[in-house]
Ligand binder design. Structure first.
Ligand code: UDP
Length: 465
């Protein structure tokens, strides 16, 4: 019998990408996969990708769901509740029954759900007599900070509703570096997110396999501490093999938006290590003033740049660039609405990455050896910034002024230190070293390779073995 996994990503780009990369790994080890999306994401994938870009052994299916408008905190909470309702256990139960009725020969043998989609799935998996594994697409530290919340409350560093007690850098957990009070991942979303994150950690703590798109070497202290409590299996970085070995190829990385690949030809024309790449993932939002400051900063660097200006980068309107900006930078700037980010980061012309510190972007940047300028917005991005800057020393922070704006001068200073100074040289050297470590961990015998193989063996075992 062929092992057949149902994969359930959270319905957002930053969760679908690593789940797809996990799908690729499983398919290359003989799995058949059913990949469940929301209707709207399913349609976006079909629209944005060539029909032959998907692997034959990955069956894409969908259920009705579209995020409601989420422009207030309450709206975001409602959106999260709606996911749980429309893609929750009763819907998944129906999906499992349909798959098993259709696939006489290849019934489901396991379920792999995003950590934020795992609510109520454990009893369902037991009912269908298949193992459930959970995939946490953010770092181990983020799970740990949700998991150990009661320890943090007893240490007196946060209140019982997750509010930091002191407005200064604090060691919230012994196995993690000191964090700024604003780094705590739930603060942007208020009590709702605090409760939801705590519930997620409690819900999945009994699940044997918790996979992470991270690797031991960058999070060893927290992995060690958490492993004493739950089944922690970092298997990252999940990067398609063609970006690691020039001979490999894969067909399974669909994006929700169309990649504008022309920018790669533009990169080909730039000098080695010269281009600043700026992207805020699928979620970063800017005010008009912030777009202006960044554009002026880019102008002032006098360096070539590739900037991803998504159609929804500015709330409510197309991004408004300062008058004359496009003419001034015509010879050294390239602006796209969505870039083939992995190709971009692995291009020899790249000098640095101005990133919102989404976890996929950070993992991709590490694996390609690109130093970062960190511009976090919400959720795990602040802790990711702290690790990038303070622990791994792979980048510099770009700090906002008292009105929350990153000024042109801050940007210019960051670029100059990173690309011109002695400190920048050390950071670039660290980025080069960690690139090697990241690649070694997924090679035969590396720690992520070992974890993945343990997982694979367990998932291939038949229920009665
Ligand atoms: N991405 C891309 N093109 C872009 C910007 C982002 O392909 O122009 C991809 C990027 O490679 C990453 C994902 O989108 O895999 C974004 O995930 P991340 O966790 O960095 O941020 P999020 O979108 O979840 O905030």
């Amino acid at each position: 019998m062929v092992p057949h996994a149902l994969l359930i990503p959270f319905p957002a780009q930053g969760h679908i990408n690593p789940m797809m990369q996990l799908a690729w790994k499983l398919v290359s080890h003989g799995f058949l996969l059913t990949f469940l999306n929301s209707d709207s994401n399913h349609n976006s994938i079909l629209k944005a990708n060539a029909p032959n870009s998907l692997h034959d052994n990955i069956r894409m299916i969908s259920v009705p769901f579209e995020f409601p408008v989420m422009d207030t905190l309450e709206g975001v909470g409602n959106g999260m509740d709606a996911v749980e309702k429309c893609m929750g256990p009763s819907v998944i139960d129906r999906v499992i029954q349909e798959i098993n009725a259709r696939e006489e020969e290849n019934k489901l043998t396991c379920i792999i759900a995003d950590a934020w989609m795992s609510f109520g799935l454990h009893p369902l998996a037991t009912l269908h007599k298949v193992p459930l594994a959970v995939f946490h697409t953010a770092p181990v530290s983020i799970f740990a900070i949700h998991y150990f919340i009661t320890n943090m409350v007893s240490l007196g560093v946060v209140s019982s509703d997750g509010i930091p007690k002191q407005d200064q850098k604090t060691k919230y957990l012994p196995s993690m570096p000191p964090l700024r009070s604003g780094d705590l991942p739930w603060l942007w979303g208020g009590e709702y997110f605090f409760r939801k994150g705590t519930r997620m950690a409690q819900e999945i703590k009994h699940i044997k396999w918790i996979l992470f798109n991270s690797f031991l070497e960058i999070e060893a202290p927290v992995v060690e501490t958490l492993s004493k409590e739950v089944g922690v299996y970092p298997i990252g970085p999940l990067i398609p093999p063609e970006f690691l070995h020039s001979t490999a190829s894969t067909k399974v990385l669909p994006s929700l938006r169309k990649h504008e690949t022309e920018c790669l030809q533009w990169l080909d024309k730039q000098c080695t290590h010269s281009v600043i790449y700026i992207s805020f993932g699928s979620t970063g939002i800017m005010s008009e003033k912030q777009v202006e400051e960044l554009a002026l900063g880019l102008d002032a660097t006098q360096r070539p740049f590739l900037w991803v200006v998504r159609s929804d980068l500015m709330k409510g309107s197309e991004a408004i660039l300062p008058a004359g900006f496009l003419e001034r930078v015509r010879d050294r700037g390239c602006i796209v609405s969505w870039a083939p980010q992995l190709e971009v980061l692995s291009h020899p012309s790249l000098a640095c990455f101005v990133t919102h510190c989404g976890w996929n972007s950070v993992q991709e940047s590490i694996t390609m050896g690109v130093p970062m300028l960190c511009w976090p917005y919400f959720a795990d991005q602040f802790i990711n910034r702290t690790y990038v800057v303070d622990v791994w020393k792979l980048g510099l922070p770009l700090d906002a002024n008292s009105q929350g704006i990153r000024e042109k001068e801050e940007f210019l200073k960051g670029v100059e230190i990173l690309l011109e100074s002695e400190q920048g040289l050390e950071i670039r050297e660290e980025a080069r070293k960690l690139k090697g470590i990241a690649r070694d961990t997924i090679k035969d015998g590396g720690s992520s390779w070992n974890n993945f193989n343990l997982f694979l063996t367990a998932m291939k075992r038949q229920p009665n073995e």
